[in-house]
Design a protein around this ligand. Structure first.
Ligand SMILES: Cc1cc2nc3c(=O)[nH]c(=O)nc-3n(C[C@H](O)[C@H](O)[C@H](O)COP(=O)(O)OP(=O)(O)OC[C@H]3O[C@@H](n4cnc5c(N)ncnc54)[C@H](O)[C@@H]3O)c2cc1C
Length: 424
């Protein structure tokens, strides 16, 4: 069985940035396994612009952004295998993969980087009554059909869910000549970035109906229309608020789920909130030498942050192989409280953390004129004023290593206590 120092599962932006970073640390033996016929992941179908403002200070399309990393992978001579599906990973890092060319085979990894991205939540998860007519697509499938395969899914469109992919597709379908009648959102706020609401809905006069959902799909062979209703605080449809929209297509943009079947199988602890692995400051999971980055870890709104995070995973995987940066044995859990739903990482080793450690998180609802606060052993170390924070936009705090150099002041012997919370 061939052994590689680092095996990376997934050749999307996360896998590519992790590979480049590991190679720049001097790591020679790396392979990327990608099930698709090309590298680049989901970015290959995101042909709109807006990518790369942080990483390259330029506005790129998705394929252009991915190409920058693919070029580096080529130039650095990093090995990758396309059309290669990873079907199993054992807890001792033996990867079982298959491809049409090589059949089924196994490779051993000294360190593993999980970068499998995420998938879209499908209609089956929503319990919408009605037949199973043609014309119901996930927004990502519609994006692929329009942008890569040259097919129009339909002409009169309703979109359920106002996450970024739904918003982007509202504009895309309009530009391709379809009539987007409405975007409906179950929650009282949008799940997407503010800039996408302005640029994709407001600029095209597409209505956004918050606190609304689809309660019926009409049509047996093909979608003929949908019934929309307002929902109450418990998300139940309010009788008497039903409205019929004639349409031939319903696009669903109702959430992304990190692809962690392989991770769960190999014994990686997953967060109940993100459905991604629980990781420490090095983005290492509970299994030694197994790292995670990108959308498999938690769903990102900007690919620039995916690349940045993946570079950290790649660098730390390379250090792990070289036996650098051993664990100190101290692990400080980060408690997410009062509006903060989760944090990545969720624990830090004060010796291994960078001088400046970024901690990313999402909030559970919209807060106006609030503060993002962090407390170490009861003492406030961060208090940042924010006019508005919303679940659709990822937030972050930066922890300084020097804050952890003092021994913990709590007396129960359990070590430092770190809390991140929203204060109104
Ligand atoms: C449909 C969709 C549309 C999106 N549109 C936008 C957008 O317009 N703008 C934006 O900023 N972000 C968008 N995103 C978010 C975007 O996914 C992230 O910013 C970024 O692409 C995440 O990178 P990643 O490498 O983690 O995941 P991905 O880009 O999804 O890459 C994961 C890769 O892993 C591979 N893989 C998975 N499982 C296996 C396996 N078992 N074996 C081998 N290979 C495997 C996949 O084939 C894929 O290539 C979109 C996401 C989705 C799902």
């Amino acid at each position: 069985m061939k052994t590689y120092d680092i095996v990376i599962i997934g050749g999307g932006p996360a896998g590519l940035a992790a590979a480049v970073s590991a190679r720049k640390q001097g790591e020679e033996s790396i392979v990327i396994l990608e099930r698709d016929k090309e590298l680049g992941g989901i970015l290959n179908q995101c042909i709109h612009n807006g990518f790369g403002l942080h990483t390259f200070q330029e506005e790129l399309t998705g394929p252009e952004y991915a190409a920058r990393f693919m070029k580096q992978v080529e130039e650095l001579g990093i090995e990758y295998r396309l059309n290669t599906m990873v079907v199993e990973i054992s807890s001792d890092k033996v990867v079982t993969a298959m491809s049409r060319r090589d059949g089924m085979y196994q490779i051993r990894a000294k360190a593993l980087i999980l970068a499998m991205g995420c998938r879209e939540r499908a209609r089956g998860a929503l319990n919408i009554p009605g037949y199973r007519p043609a014309g119901i697509y996930s927004a990502g499938t519609a994006q692929r059909l329009v942008n890569k395969e040259g097919f129009m899914p339909g002409r009169k469109v309703v979109i359920l869910g106002s996450g970024d992919i739904g918003l982007i597709m509202a504009r895309r379908m309009t530009l391709e000549g379809a009539e987007v009648k409405v975007v409906a959102e179950l929650m009282p706020y949008s799940g997407g970035l503010k800039r996408n609401i302005v640029q994709c809905l407001d600029d095209y006069d597409i209505p956004l109906k918050l606190s609304h959902t689809v309660i019926d799909i009409k049509g047996k062979e093909r979608v003929e229309g949908i019934v929309l209703a307002e929902v109450d605080e418990t998300n139940r449809p309010i009788p008497g608020t039903e409205e019929f929209y004639e349409c031939d297509t319903l696009l669903l943009s109702v959430g992304l789920i990190p692809e962690n079947e392989l991770s769960a199988q190999m014994g990686i602890a997953l967060s109940n909130v993100t459905s991604g692995p629980v990781v420490d400051e090095s983005l290492e999971t509970n299994l030694d030498g197994v790292f995670a980055c990108g959308n498999v870890l938690h769903v990102h709104d900007l690919v620039d942050f995916v690349s940045e995070e993946a570079a950290t995973a790649g660098k730390n995987a390379a250090c792990y192989v070289k036996n650098e940066r051993m664990k100190s044995g101290i692990s400080i859990p980060i408690k997410a409280e009062n509006g903060v739903r989760y944090t990545v990482p969720s624990r830090i080793d004060p010796e291994r953390m960078e001088e400046k450690q970024i901690v990313r998180f999402r909030v559970g609802k919209v807060y106006k004129n609030c503060r993002i606060c962090a407390f170490l052993d009861g003492e406030q170390i961060i208090s940042r004023k924010r006019p508005v924070v919303a679940p659709g936009e990822m937030e972050q705090v930066i922890l300084k290593k020097e804050w952890f150099e003092q021994p913990p002041e709590c007396t129960d012997g359990s070590g430092h206590e770190l809390i991140i919370r929203i204060e109104e």
